[in-house]
Design a protein around this ligand. Structure first.
Ligand code: G1P
Ligand code: ZN
Length: 544
C-alpha cells in the first residue's frame, strides 16, 4: 500500500556530504520521517528491487522498531530478500562483511555510532553500497534529493517478523533471513590473525586484557572471540551486555569517555592491555600499562608491523589516512616504499582506494582503523591486530610504540573540540581563516615558520571526483601542523575541531608530556582563529 507523506522534507539542515542521517530519536519517531529516507533509498537504488539487502544496527533505542518498518517497506518495494542480524544486531564492520560475503546489493545500517542512545538521545540510518562501504557522495546526494521530492512511501500490512530466532521467514513476497553475524565475523578474523599465538598469550597467565564494550554492539562479538575462543579470562570483556541506552553512557572510546577502562590500565596492578570500541563497533581505543596509543600512532605501528600478521604477511600495498590524522603513517609508507594517501575525513574516501587495491590499511585520528577485509573501520579487528602483534613480539604495548618512535620519529598529537558553538560564528571563523591563508606561508609565529596554508581539497585518484573545503591546514617547516575543521556529525550547533601535531625526531625528547609539548601550538591555534573572542570559550570541551 501507498501511504502519503504529510511532512515536508526533513533534511534541510543536513550537511551535504554526510553519509547518512543522524537525529534525535524523537525526530525519527515523527510519522513518515524514517519512511521518507528509506523510500528514497529504494527509489534511487534500483538494483535493490529484486535484490538482496543486509539490515541491522547497533541495538540502540528504536533499532527494533525501525527494523520492522524497513522490512515492511522492503517487501512493498519488491526486494527479494533481506538478511537481518539476529536480534536486529549488526556491528558496522559486520554489516560491511555481510554485504560483501553474500554479495548483496547493499545494506542499511541503523546507528548513530558513538553518540548516546535512548528515547531522548540519537538515532541514525545510513546506506552502504554493494562493495560494503558507505555510499559515495553522489549516491547519498541522490537519496537526499529524492527525500525532497517524494510524497508517499510503500509498505505492506503485516505482523512483526521474529528477528530473534535464526531462520527464514516470509514477509509478503519477500524472504527475511535472520543470520548469525557473529560466527561469520569470527571466521573472517580467524583467516586474518594467528588465533593460536593469541591463545598462548592468554594461556601463559602472564597477560591480562580488559576490553570495554561500553554496553554497545561489540559485546557479544568480543565475548565470543576473546573469552570463548581465545581463552581470555572470564570478565575480560567489561560492559559486554548491549543496552538500548548504552547504560546511560557515551559509547565513545576515548580518554574522556572510557574512564573505567583507563583506570584499569593505571595505578596499582594495572592490566597489560586495555581496549574499547564504540556504539556500532567500528572505533577502537588502545591502551597499554599506563600508556595511551594515539589512533594516529596505532595506524603507523600496525602498518609497520603488518608483515608479522598472517593476513598481511605478503606486505601491504599502500596506506591511507584522513587529512587531520598525524603524519606518522607517512613515515612508515616512505620507508616501506609504498604510497600514503591523504584523504578527507570520513571512511567513504578509503573505499575507492581499497577497491582499487591501492591501499591495504587505513585509519583516522578519530579512533578508526581498518583494512581491505571490509569497507568500514573495524574496532575489534584493530584490537585483534594488536593482540597478534603483542603475541608475536612478546613485548608490552609501550615498548612497541617507543621502538616505533625511535625508528620513525614521534608525532606528538592532540585534538581539541569546541562543541555546540553557534553555527554562524563557526562558519565565520572558518571563512575569516580562509581569507588569510594566502598571506601565511613564510610567516614566523611563536618560533615556527609557516610552510604552507590551504583549504584541503582532494581529487580521488580512482574516479577523479573532487572534494573541496575539507578543512584548513597550516603546515610548519619543522613538520608540525595545525588543522581546523567543522564536524559533519554533531547534532547540536557546530563543533569546531582543532587538530595539532608536532614532530620530534630526537629519541631523547620523545618521552615528554603531550600536553606540555603541545601547549604552544594550542595557544597559537587559538590566537590565529580568535577562538576565545569569537566563541567565548577559553577551553575545549573535549581534548583527545
Ligand atoms: C567524526 C570523525 C571522523 C569519522 C566520523 C564518523 O566526524 O572526526 O573521522 O569518520 O566521525 O565516525 P566529524 O564529526 O569530525 O565530521
Ligand atoms: Zn562508530
Amino acid at each position: 500500500m501507498e501511504i502519503e507523506l504529510i511532512q515536508s522534507h526533513p533534511f534541510t539542515d543536513q550537511r551535504p556530504g554526510t553519509s547518512g542521517l543522524r537525529k534525535k530519536v524523537k525526530v525519527f519517531q515523527q510519522a513518515g520521517y524514517l519512511e521518507n529516507f528509506v523510500q528514497s533509498i529504494f527509489d534511487t537504488q534500483p538494483e535493490l528491487i529484486g535484490g538482496v539487502l543486509a539490515l541491522g544496527g547497533d541495538g540502540r533505542y528504536y533499532n527494533r522498531q525501525a527494523i520492522q518498518i524497513i522490512l515492511r517497506m522492503a517487501a512493498a518495494n519488491g526486494v527479494a530478500k533481506v538478511l537481518v542480524g539476529q536480534g536486529g544486531i549488526l556491528s558496522t564492520p559486520a554489516a560491511s562483511q555481510v554485504i560483501r560475503r553474500y554479495q548483496t546489493q547493499g545494506g542499511i545500517i541503523l546507528s548513530a555510532s558513538h553518540n548516546p542512545g535512548g528515547p531522548d538521545e540519537d538515532f541514525g540510518i545510513k546506506f552502504n553500497t554493494a562493495n560494503g562501504g558507505p555510499a559515495a557522495e553522489k549516491v547519498t546526494e541522490a537519496i537526499f534529493n529524492r527525500t525532497r521530492e517524494i510524497s508517499s512511501y510503500k509498505t505492506v500490512q503485516a505482523d512483526d517478523v521474529d528477528i530473534d530466532q535464526l531462520g527464514s521467514y516470509p514477509l509478503g513476497n519477500m524472504t527475511v533471513e535472520v543470520i548469525d553475524s557473529i560466527s561469520l565475523y569470527v571466521e573472517l578474523m580467524r583467516e586474518l590473525f594467528n588465533f593460536e599465538a593469541i591463545h598462548q598469550l592468554f594461556n601463559s597467565g602472564l597477560f591480562r586484557l580488559r576490553f570495554d564494550a561500553m554496553h554497545a554492539v561489540t559485546g557479544p562479538y568480543a565475548t565470543e572471540i576473546l573469552e570463548t575462543i581465545l581463552g581470555a579470562a572470564p570478565g575480560t570483556v567489561i560492559n559486554g551486555k548491549p543496552l538500548e541506552d548504552f547504560g546511560g553512557g557515551h559509547p565513545d572510546p576515548n580518554l574522556s569517555h572510557a574512564h573505567e577502562l583507563l583506570e584499569l590500565t593505571q595505578g596499582f596492578d594495572p592490566v597489560d592491555f586495555g581496549a574499547a570500541s564504540d556504539g556500532d563497533g567500528d572505533r577502537n581505543m588502545i591502551l597499554g600499562r599506563n600508556f595511551f596509543v594515539t589512533p594516529s600512532d596505532s595506524l603507523a605501528v600496525l602498518a609497520a608491523n603488518a608483515h608479522l600478521i598472517p593476513g598481511y604477511r605478503n606486505g601491504i600495498t599502500g596506506i591511507a589516512r584522513s587529512m587531520p590524522t598525524s603524519q606518522a603513517a607517512d613515515k612508515v609508507a616512505e620507508e616501506l616504499g609504498i604510497e600514503c594517501y591523504e584523504t578527507p575525513t570520513g571512511w567513504k574516501f578509503f573505499g575507492n582506494l581499497l577497491d582499487a587495491g591501492k591501499i591495504s590499511i587505513c585509519g583516522e585520528e578519530s579512533f578508526g582503523t581498518g583494512s581491505d577485509h571490509v569497507r568500514e573501520k573495524d574496532g575489534l579487528w584493530a584490537v585483534l591486530f594488536w593482540l597478534n602483534l603483542l603475541a608475536v613480539r612478546q613485548q608490552p604495548v609501550a615498548r612497541i610504540v617507543h621502538d616505533h618512535w625511535r625508528r620513525f620519529g614521534r608525532n606528538y598529537y592532540t585534538r581539541h573540540d569546541y562543541e555546540g558553538i553557534d553555527a554562524a560564528i563557526a562558519m565565520e571563523l572558518m571563512n575569516d581563516l580562509r581569507y588569510r591563508l594566502a598571506d601565511l606561508p613564510g610567516v614566523e609565529m611563536a618560533g615556527r615558520t609557516v610552510d604552507y596554508a590551504d583549504d584541503f581539497a582532494y581529487t580521488d585518484p580512482v574516479d577523479g571526483s573532487v572534494s573541496e573545503n575539507q578543512g584548513i591546514r597550516i603546515g610548519f617547516t619543522d613538520g608540525s601542523r595545525i588543522v581546523y575543521r567543522l564536524s559533519g556529525t554533531g547534532t547540536v550547533g557546530a563543533t569546531l575541531r582543532v587538530y595539532l601535531e608536532a614532530f620530534e625526531p630526537d629519541p631523547d625528547k620523545q618521552d615528554r608530556n603531550t600536553a606540555e609539548v603541545m601547549a604552544p601550538l594550542v595557544q597559537l591555534a587559538g590566537d590565529l582563529a580568535q577562538i576565545e573572542q569569537r566563541t567565548g570559550r577559553s577551553e575545549a570541551d573535549v581534548v583527545t
